[in-house]
Each structure stands twice: as C-alpha cells, then as structure tokens.
Design a protein around this ligand. Structure first.
Ligand code: DSN
Length: 415
C-alpha cells in the first residue's frame, strides 16, 4: 500500500476522505460493471513524477524538451497495446472513453455525417449518438435497438437500417449489453454500404485481450477502449486502428481533441498492459465470465428477469419490476447492505433514466479480489434478501455485517 506519509502530515482533510473511501472499498462489495481494482504497481505508476511533464506530440516528435523518458514509456505502452489486441497502430493518449470516441469521430467524419449507433437505453453509450451528447449534437446518428423479445441485437434489422440510411460509420460495442457481438456481420454490412466500422470495447477489453471474447481489432477499421474496466488499468483510454488510418487518428487526438497527454497515466497503462499480457490475466478473465454467468443464473432462479436471459461477458442487466422496485430503489437499498451497483435502463424502459427499471451488475471487481462461485451464490442471496426485506433495517444491517466479513477475507490488492 502507498503510505501517504506526506499527505497525512500536510493535508489531514483530504487524507481523511481518501481513508474513508479506502475503508469503503475494503469493506464493501463492488458490483458496478465498469469498476475494478488496480494493482499496487499500476497505482505506483500513477503516483509517479511523470505527472510533472508536458509532452504534446508523439514519441520522437514533441513540442517540449526533456521528453526522452516520456518517449520511452509511451513507446512501451504503444507496443504492449498492439501486442495485446493484435493492433497495427495504437494511440495511448486519450484521457478517457468519451474523448477517445470524440477523436475517432473527428478522424473519420465531418459534422453532420450519418452514423449508426445503439440506443443508450438499449445498452449503448452516451457517446454513441445520444441527443444530449456531443456525438448526437455534431453527427447525424440513427439509433438501432435490441429486439424487444430476445434482448439481442438483430443483425437483419441493423442491415435494413444501414441499407436505408447509408451511414458513413457504424458503431458497435456497448456499455450494458451482455452478449457476444457479431463483429464480422457488422463489417459485412458496413462493406455493403461503404461505411467505416468503429468498435467501442470499453467494457469487454480485458476479456478480449485475454482471448475470452472475440476481438474486433483485426476486423474493424478503428477500435477505442477505456483502460480501467475489465482491462484493470488506470482511468484512461486508447484508440487502435489499421496502419492506413494511423495519421488521421493521431492528428484527431492531438492536436484535434487534446493537449498534453497525462504521462503518469500512460506509464500506468503500460504497467496494466504488461499485467494483461501475463497468463494469470487469462485466468482472471475466465473467472470473471464464470462468475457473471453464475450470477445471472442465480438471479433467474430467484425469479428476476435478466435481459437477454443471461450473459456471455462480465455484466448483466436485471429488471427489478417483478420485485416491485425500480433500479434506483434497488441501488439505494443495496448501498445500505454495503453492495454498490448502478441503476440501468432496460430496453423500452417505461421509466425515466434517473429512475429506470433495471440494475446493471458486473463481476470484474469481485473477481479481482478473488471471489469465486461459492461467494457469488452468497452475494446474490444477500442481494435478494435485502431487496425483499428492504423495510427491515436489522436485516439490512445484518447483510452489511456479513458483506464486511467476506470482504475482509478477500482484501483488495492495493489496500
Ligand atoms: N460510465 C461507464 C459505465 O459505467 O459503463 C461508461 O462510460
């Protein structure tokens, strides 16, 4: 663990908050599908003096002096990212997922161009064309949907829409979709209409890097991912593309979208990619999927409706309607039990986004702390007991105590 000696001496106020958050993380269960726990090595790289540097430009072509070591670390991150995803080109500078996606659109499109993306409330992301987001404001998105019966993306419908709209780009890869994605089918549809293919693999990148899910990088024109979800690195993002698009992607990131990269984060990305290249990471990814599959089965056995009937990845969206709750209700109740989740819309949700019908559950963080099938069963049973007996504070306190006991048995790597 970082010792925080200086912070403790200098700024008790901030230190106290960090400490409270450390205790929360140590003693509570994290089921937010987009969260994970970084290793001590990743944390140390983030806390390094590399944060002191400015380095606009790319290795060997900077606008500031003194960048010889930054060049080295960025090159390590680039080479590791390329190896991890079999990419021809990688840009490791994007600050996070939305800026990365903004750079992708800037690299391939002009404002007003037509794009296809999945609706936010069907599992897509804000930056895939939602009207309140820059993507929906700047580009002319048509949104495809999941099938209301199966919860799956219907590729015939995507093709129909593509033939009708003739988009310049098709976006696939989602934030709340629990099934494998038919990358090649997307590519074939895009080829028919002359569209670029863009995959946002922010959620599943770690599972793809480990070879546990299909990799769009060799198939699609351009792929973005955040680095902090299943990939278990620092908060940030990368973009990968074919060599032929390398220059336009790099230009869109800098100087198009961003100024100086965050070099301490670049170093931490390199460390995380190094970890993901190890055989242990494959085991981790396998266990994430096994845990998530079991979690979905347990919910179904307890009478919950899991959208699409299960999961192929690390997450699932569960409809709370049958239990007489909204997703927000469930999130609040589970907070009282020491279990963090995020409310989620379900396809064609009758409720508004701030109080939607579902909850998204994910297994990346619990798997990092070593929880396996036996613990997953306990957790789902606690969740169900908490939701069913939400008006009994003693019950909720009792669950919280048991959650804490379990968590202390399985410490977080960096705490
Ligand atoms: N906020 C992320 C998630 O929770 O899925 C997506 O950006």
């Amino acid at each position: 663990m970082l010792e925080y000696k200086n912070l403790k001496n200098q700024d008790e106020e901030v230190m106290a908050v960090i400490k409270r958050e450390m205790i929360r993380q140590a003693e509570e269960i994290e089921l937010i599908a987009s969260e994970n726990y970084v290793s001590k090595a990743v944390l140390e790289a983030m806390a390094s003096v590399l944060t002191n540097k400015y380095s606009e430009g790319y290795p060997g072509r900077r606008y500031y002096g003194g960048n010889q070591y930054i060049d080295e670390v960025e090159t390590i991150a680039i080479e590791r990212a390329k190896k991890l995803f079999s990419a021809e080109h990688a840009n490791v500078q994007p600050l996070s997922g939305s800026p990365a996606n903004a750079a992708v659109y800037m690299a391939f499109l002009k404002p007003g161009d037509k794009v296809l993306g999945l609706r936010l409330d069907h599992g897509g992301h804000l930056s895939h064309g939602h009207p309140v987001n820059f993507s929906g404001l700047l580009y002319n998105f048509t949104q495809y949907e999941v099938d209301s019966q199966t919860g799956l993306i219907n590729m015939d419908k995507v093709r129909e829409l593509a033939l009708k709209e003739k988009p310049k780009m098709i976006v696939a890869g989602y934030s709340a979709y629990s099934r494998e994605i038919e990358w090649q089918k997307f590519k074939n549809i895009a080829a028919e209409v002359g569209a670029f293919t863009f995959a946002d693999i922010a959620h599943t990148a770690g599972l793809i890097a480990a070879g546990e899910m299909n990799n769009p990088v060799p198939i699609f024109d351009v792929v973005s991912t955040t680095t902090h979800k299943t990939l278990r690195g620092p908060r940030g993002a990368i973009i990968m593309c074919r060599e032929q698009f390398a220059k336009q992607v790099d230009r869109a990131v800098f100087p198009g979208m961003q100024g100086g990269p965050h070099d301490h984060i670049t170093a931490a990305k390199a460390v995380a990619f190094g970890e993901a290249l190890r055989p242990e990471f494959k085991q981790y990814a396998k266990q994430v999927i096994a845990n998530a599959k079991l979690m979905a089965e347990e919910f179904i056995n307890l009478g919950y409706q899991v959208i699409s009937g299960g999961t192929d990845n690390h997450l699932m969206v569960v409809d709370m309607t049958a239990k007489g709750l909204t997703g927000k209700d469930a999130e609040i109740i589970l907070d009282k039990c020491g279990i963090s989740v995020s409310r989620s819309t379900i396809p064609n949700d009758p409720n508004p986004p701030m109080n939607p019908s579902g909850v998204r559950f994910g297994a990346p963080a619990i798997t990092t702390r070593g929880l396996k099938q036996a613990e997953v069963k306990k957790i789902v049973a606690w969740i169900n007991a908490g939701l069913e007996q939400k008006d009994e504070p003693e019950m909720l306190n009792n669950i919280k105590a048991r959650v804490k006991e379990l968590c202390l048995e399985f410490p977080i790597p960096s705490i």
